[in-house]
Design a protein around this ligand. Structure first.
Ligand SMILES: [Mg+2]
Length: 194
């Protein structure tokens, strides 16, 4: 019997990790005082005096880029749900992090005992090509612009993890969820096992 596995693309930051993680790190180490519930901007540099390039150069040089990934906290129940999903679906982690931080990313995944089969590091926010290359059937994301781009360019369903910085109207094939429980119910609805 030919079994075609349903393939799910899963973003890491703000989807597997708790979306408040980066802001908490900034408050703890970089002297910001960001109220996560009021954080309407996704890009971290907007909370500093630096522009985007300056900010990430500073983060890399100071070691804070590795720090912010190391200290990220997984979303509630994500571990159990990923292991359960893995029994039925092909899971691919697709992150905008660059290849340079693969070791710290893999270390973090192991440390938190999450499954690791496939990790694609795009180094940019453009994930559409990965969706096409891997023929993904469904995507999980927290960055609104990514979700919209994937939904519009590929027409696969996208599950958007609700966060203060992505609360704007979304097209029909983007499903907003507020927990991994809800996300998994949505997956079973949209990607039944073939
Ligand atoms: Mg993300």
């Amino acid at each position: 019997m030919l079994v075609i596995q349903v393939k799910i693309g899963i973003d890491i930051d703000g989807t597997i990790t708790h979306p408040s993680s980066c802001f908490n790190y900034m408050n703890k180490y970089l002297g910001t005082s960001i109220d996560f519930e009021m954080a309407s901007e996704y890009e971290l540099h907007t909370y500093t005096e630096m522009d985007q390039i300056e900010f990430w150069e500073f983060m890399v040089k100071s070691g804070h880029e590795l720090g912010i990934y190391r200290e990220s906290i997984p979303q509630e129940l994500v571990k159990q749900h990923l292991w359960d999903l893995r029994k039925q679906y092909d899971l691919h982690y697709v992150t905008a992090r660059s290849e340079i931080v693969r070791p710290v990313t893999e270390e973090w995944i192991k440390q938190h005992e999450l499954p690791l089969d496939s990790l694609i590091m795009t180094g940019s926010h453009d994930k559409v090509q990965v969706v096409r290359d891997l023929a993904l059937d469904l995507f999980m994301e927290d960055r609104l612009e990514n979700a919209i781009q994937i939904a519009e360019d590929t027409s696969i369903p996208v599950i958007l993890f609700d966060a203060p910085y992505n609360r704007r109207p979304v097209p029909e094939n983007i499903i907003r969820v507020s927990s991994w429980d809800e996300a998994v119910q949505t997956i079973h609805k949209f990607a039944p096992i073939r």
